[in-house]
Design a protein around this ligand. Structure first.
Ligand code: P1T
Length: 379
């Protein structure tokens, strides 16, 4: 079936006992057994819950994956994925990641014996040289948060596989509507469902989707053993959000392009990072592996003072962390989402003090543009 049909129907057959068209919120911790060892497939809600299973089936279908697992947050999903590896294993990660991923790797997982190296994964030569004999995983975001760099997923998968490693892609910025890394050769896809998948800024969650049965079995074991599961109500919210993913993403994309074009023409804006602009250095690659460009934009105002002026002057756009909701959010990566990345490293990857990030929502785009314009002219 098509993407929108799957989004609305997979995992969401009418309820067997009542006919309810919407999957019920199974707000329960346990399931009563008829006799010892005789049950209906559910024993304890950390291990498995029907509302979460519905979501997991749905998200797997959207990523064209065989298996899906839902976690308490995007970070919980990434952490679970990393526990597939063990002390002594080496991981190559993209040099520009969500600050929280970098923080997890550097300040938590390193202490458990995982080794991390960072490479500009847009340059596959740099990726090649980062590999070591014990490299087990290449972990990338594409586009990256927040500077919107694009990595060639198929080529990155080929490099990882040549070295006997896996490729995991954080697909949060694109959602499976615009990009499906597994179809391009990646082994695992991770999401913060907090963002586009849920889409309404009212829940925190995460997911991993994959095709390999042995890896999936291990991940399911880890999900239960470590227990960072998505609760039934949050699972239900994401299920509801996903039904409109296709139409929301089309509008995010339309508004994103219009706002990016407005910013690119604006005399107070020095640079715009948006893969849908022909000026983006990887525009052609973006066109090849994504079917849209989404609603995430970063732009350079030139200084912290200028960024502050814009962020403090917007009225319709909300100054807040996060992204992917129906409402437009604006933020300052250097002091907010990427504050845990050392200043020197931030400078190197282009997260300057003057960089502002926008998650363009689905409001009327003229209203967004006039809000940004009245804020920019104050610079
Ligand atoms: O917030 P959480 O659901 O735990 O997801 C973490 C995460 C993972 N991957 C990417 C690409 C992300 O952007 C995030 C979270 N990002 C923000 C909160 C933000 O404002 O960028």
């Amino acid at each position: 079936m098509g993407f929108s049909t799957d989004a609305i129907h997979v995992g969401q057959e009418p309820d067997a006992t009542t006919g309810a068209i919407i999957v019920p919120i199974y707000q329960t911790s346990t399931f009563v057994q008829e006799a010892l060892g005789k049950h209906k497939g559910y024993e304890y809600a950390r291990t498995s819950n029907p509302t979460r299973v519905a979501l997991e089936r749905n998200l797997a279908a959207l990523e064209r994956a065989r298996f899906g697992f839902a976690f308490a947050s995007g970070m919980a999903a990434i952490n679970a994925l990393m526990t597939l590896f063990k002390a002594g294993d080496h991981i190559v990660a993209g040099h520009n990641l969500y600050g929280g991923s970098f923080r997890l790797f550097e300040r938590v997982l390193k202490d458990f014996g995982l080794a991390f190296s960072y490479a500009n994964t847009c340059r596959l030569g740099e990726v090649e040289t980062a590999f070591r004999p014990h490299t087990r995983l290449l972990f990338i975001e594409t586009p990256t948060n927040p500077v919107m760099e694009i990595t060639d997923i198929a080529a990155a998968a080929a490099v990882a596989h040549r070295h006997g490693a896996l490729l995991a892609v954080d697909n949060t910025f694109m959602s499976p509507y615009f990009q499906r890394p597994l179809e391009l050769g990646a082994d695992m896809v991770v999401h913060s469902t907090t963002k586009y998948l849920n889409g309404h800024s009212d829940g925190v969650g995460g997911a991993v989707t994959l095709n390999d049965a042995a890896l999936a079995e291990r991940l399911k074991f880890l999900q239960n053993a470590a227990g960072a599961i998505l609760g039934p109500f949050d699972s239900w919210l994401v299920l509801r959000g996903v039904k409109t993913l296709a139409v929301r993403m089309e509008r995010h994309n339309q508004n994103g392009l219009a706002v990016a074009q407005f910013l690119a023409r604006h005399p107070k804006v020095k640079k715009v990072h948006y893969p849908g602009l022909t000026s983006h250095p990887q525009h052609e690659l973006a066109r090849k592996q994504m079917s849209g460009f989404g609603g995430m934009i970063a732009f350079e105002t030139g200084s912290l003072e200028n960024a502050r002026t814009v962020l403090n002057s917007v009225r319709l756009c909300s100054l807040a962390e996060s992204l992917g909701g129906v409402e437009t959010l604006i933020s300052h990566p250097a002091t907010m989402t990427h504050a845990s990345v050392p200043a020197e490293e931030r400078q190197r990857i282009g997260i300057t003090d003057g960089l502002v990030r926008i998650s363009v929502g689905i409001e009327d785009v003229e209203d967004l543009i006039s809000d940004l314009d009245q804020a920019l002219v104050r610079i």
